[in-house]
Write a new protein. Structure first.
Length: 147
């Protein structure tokens, strides 16, 4: 498989907490979207070591020491990209003063919540196009990068 397909599952892995406790995961996909080749593959397994995809190949026996995760009923695809977000903002409201009434700390926490929801929806990359409070989007990015 080509490199971009290795972006698969960043969001989906956050939805399988028991599997994340294992160092090695062998994930069986029902259908796997290969966006470069323009194909939907079946019978593919994804090997994950220390939260990094290490291989995508036809399924076989579960490798020694790995936990097999059965997603044979699901379609797996690379993370989605949203190029117009306002993650670190108080949101839309009829109250035009809401941004002024929301502290920088509250704005950052709203941003963290919005980032989690966005990730759980399958978006692994976003472009935040502006916030009312300057640099809260940068602080959110830095906090995400710091784990």
């Amino acid at each position: 498989m080509t490199q971009p397909i290795f972006l698969v599952l960043a969001a989906a892995l956050s939805l399988a907490p028991s599997a994340l406790l294992a160092n090695d995961i062998y994930l069986e996909a029902g259908r796997l979207v290969d966006v470069q080749a323009g194909n939907v593959l079946t019978g593919q397994c994804i090997s994950i070591t220390d939260d990094k995809i290490t291989a995508i190949a036809s399924c076989g026996p579960t490798p020694k020491g790995a936990e097999r995760v059965d997603w044979s009923g699901f379609t797996v695809l690379p993370g989605l990209i949203d190029l117009h977000t306002h993650l670190a903002d108080a949101g839309q409201s009829a109250d035009l003063g809401l941004p002024l009434k929301t502290s920088p700390a509250a704005t950052a926490l709203i941003g963290a919540h919005n980032a989690r929801l966005t990730l759980e929806a399958g978006f692994t990359t976003v472009r935040d196009v502006g916030t009312y409070r300057g640099l809260t989007d940068i602080a959110l990015r830095d906090a995400i990068n710091a784990g």
